[in-house]
Design a protein around this ligand. Structure first.
Ligand SMILES: *[C@@H]1O[C@H](CO)[C@@H](O)[C@H](O)[C@H]1NC(C)=O
Ligand SMILES: *[C@@H]1O[C@H](CO)[C@@H](O)[C@H](O)[C@H]1NC(C)=O
Ligand SMILES: *[C@@H]1O[C@H](CO)[C@@H](O)[C@H](O)[C@H]1NC(C)=O
Ligand SMILES: *[C@@H]1O[C@H](CO)[C@@H](O)[C@H](O)[C@H]1NC(C)=O
Ligand SMILES: *[C@@H]1O[C@H](CO)[C@@H](O)[C@H](O)[C@H]1NC(C)=O
Ligand SMILES: *[C@@H]1O[C@H](CO)[C@@H](O)[C@H](O)[C@H]1NC(C)=O
Length: 456
């Protein structure tokens, strides 16, 4: 008797402190942990917890109410309802999980679909009567936009500086509707808007190569997605000078890269590739000027020079030139053999200037011209001296004619001198022309042989 009395007493005390619904406490299931509202991505798995106590004798149900008001039971105790049957695709995705001995009736929905959105209630009832709700939660499903979204375009097809281009950006589907924003580099151009963007834009020279990006953001995706267009794309052009193809081994050669671009060229860079190995030569092998436009290199192997020029946006163009190394000994040999053919005096050391072979007829003509001039000048001088002596010996030369004649002679000499000067100028010009080519000029520095210079 006494334990029962004690039980009744404590129950009565408990009832006193709790509410008037106290008499249910001992009999009815209690919710320990209920379901929480959930926002999930389509395809995810969601769990609605329903952790009860005192369920003995009771049944536990999950009830679904769609946003449209459609209501149906999904489960009884630990089984998914088969009557009336659920759509198979839904039945397969539902299950009641949790520790049975702890009275856990957690509803799990895998591969959540947009159609699963709605309200889920955990309920219990005694023999299907007096069914009460223990807990309720809402499910929201976020659906990503179509995989092609966003897509960008720009009209018309061909565009130049000053033209108006229309920038488009669109996205399709998705829940909630994604936001799209157009950026020009980091500058926000249009948006955020939810549907589509159609934006008129006048192209400036500075826009050449600039990428315009449309960024789509939506909570349905973990990361934003983007698409981009380059409304203006005028590739810069580069040229490498001099346009030589063969350079003698070991020759220090300077190459100049010049570029043209819209709005201007802001960066020059070189790449030197060994054509045999395909390897890029280390930077120590060449000297590049501060502005990047000139490159100096000792040519030791067959090379490919690539000059890349870029405009402020980074849009770049490049040009490639191939340099074949000419072996020094081979050149010497060929010159020697040429020398033998042309019956040059053998005491003259062979000149191994490159291009010497080709330029030899011109050189011979020049030598002849110089020699003829020198002889002419000497002869004129001799004549002048002889004539002066002659006049000194003569008794009555009239002052005027003497002056005139002397003047004439002077003029003649000067004419000859001028002619000589001209000839020298042209000879100098010929050398100058060769000097433009790096081969000859560098050769002159290397080979300080007078023979070589003379023959030029
Ligand atoms: C269920 O709960 C009981 C009691 O707390 C525990 O002993 C058992 O390991 C649990 N089972 C699972 C599968 O978690
Ligand atoms: C779209 O942008 C607006 C304004 O910035 C913001 O309030 C809204 O939450 C965004 N919507 C999405 C889906 O990102
Ligand atoms: C655009 O998307 C690519 C990958 O999809 C990402 O690497 C890049 O950073 C994005 N660009 C911007 C401006 O968000
Ligand atoms: C290139 O042009 C931009 C403006 O168009 C100017 O600010 C910049 O100084 C120019 N750079 C050179 C190297 O001319
Ligand atoms: C120039 O271009 C090269 C190669 O593209 C790059 O490494 C370098 O940073 C650029 N320099 C400047 C000043 O933009
Ligand atoms: C040179 O430009 C072409 C396109 O014109 C490109 O395909 C190539 O990769 C560029 N080469 C280098 C070394 O930048």
């Amino acid at each position: 008797m006494s334990p029962i009395n004690r039980f009744i007493l404590s129950a009565g005390l408990l009832c006193f402190f709790l509410s008037f619904a106290c008499h249910h406490v001992l009999a009815q299931p209690q919710l320990e942990r209920g379901p929480q509202d959930a926002v999930v991505h389509e395809g995810d798995t969601v769990k609605f917890v329903c952790d009860l106590t005192n369920v003995i004798g009771y049944s536990v149900y999950w009830l679904y109410r769609s946003q449209g008001g459609f209501v149906r039971y999904l489960s009884i105790d630990r089984s998914v309802i088969a009557n009336p049957p659920l759509p198979p695709q839904l039945e397969q995705r539902l299950s009641i999980i949790g520790n049975e001995s702890q009275d856990e009736f957690t509803l799990r929905i895998t591969n959540v679909q947009e159609t699963d959105e709605g309200t889920y209630s955990c309920r219990y009832g005694y023999l299907g009567r007096n069914v009460e709700t223990a807990g309720t939660a809402d499910l929201m499903v976020q659906v990503p936009p179509s995989t092609q979204s966003p897509w960008c375009s720009v009209q018309p097809e061909s565009r130049a500086v000053g033209d108006y281009g229309t920038l488009y950006c669109n996205s399709q589907a998705g829940k909630p509707t994604p936001n799209i924003t157009y950026y020009k580099e980091n500058e926000q151009l249009v948006g955020p808007v939810t549907n589509s963007i159609r934006h008129q834009y006048q192209l400036k020279a500075q826009d050449n190569g600039v990428i315009f990006t449309c960024i789509m953001t939506t909570p349905a995706l973990d990361e934003s997605r983007n698409c981009s267009v380059m409304p203006l794309r005028i590739l810069p052009q580069a040229t490498i000078r001099p346009a030589v193809s063969g350079v003698e081994e070991g020759t220090f050669t300077t190459f100049q890269c010049s570029g043209e671009g819209v709005p201007n060229i802001t960066n020059y860079s070189w790449k030197v590739i060994d054509t045999e190995t395909g390897q890029i030569l280390p930077t120590e092998r060449c000297t590049v000027s501060e502005d990047g436009q000139t490159l100096e290199i000792a040519v030791m192997e067959n090379l490919e020079l690539v000059c890349t020029v870029s405009v402020p946006s980074g849009l770049s163009g490049n040009t490639t030139t191939r340099i074949d190394v000419v072996n020094r000994e081979q050149t010497t040999m060929s010159v020697v053999s040429t020398g033998l053919h042309t019956d040059k005096p053998s005491k003259e050391p062979p000149c191994n200037c490159p291009k010497n072979e080709q330029s030899s007829p011109v050189t011979v003509v020049l030598i002849v011209a110089v020699v003829v001039l020198a002889v002419a000048v000497i002869v004129l001088n001799i004549l002048l001296v002889w004539q002066r002596k002659h006049y000194r010996k003569s008794t009555s030369p009239p002052a005027g004619p003497k002056m005139t004649r002397a003047g004439h002679e002077y003029d003649d000499v000067q004419d000859a001198a001028e002619q000589g000067q001209e000839m020298q100028d042209s000879a100098y010009a010929a050398v100058q022309e060769d000097r433009d080519g790096p081969i000859t000029s560098e050769y002159l520095e290397l080979q300080d042989s007078p023979t070589c210079k003379e023959s030029l």
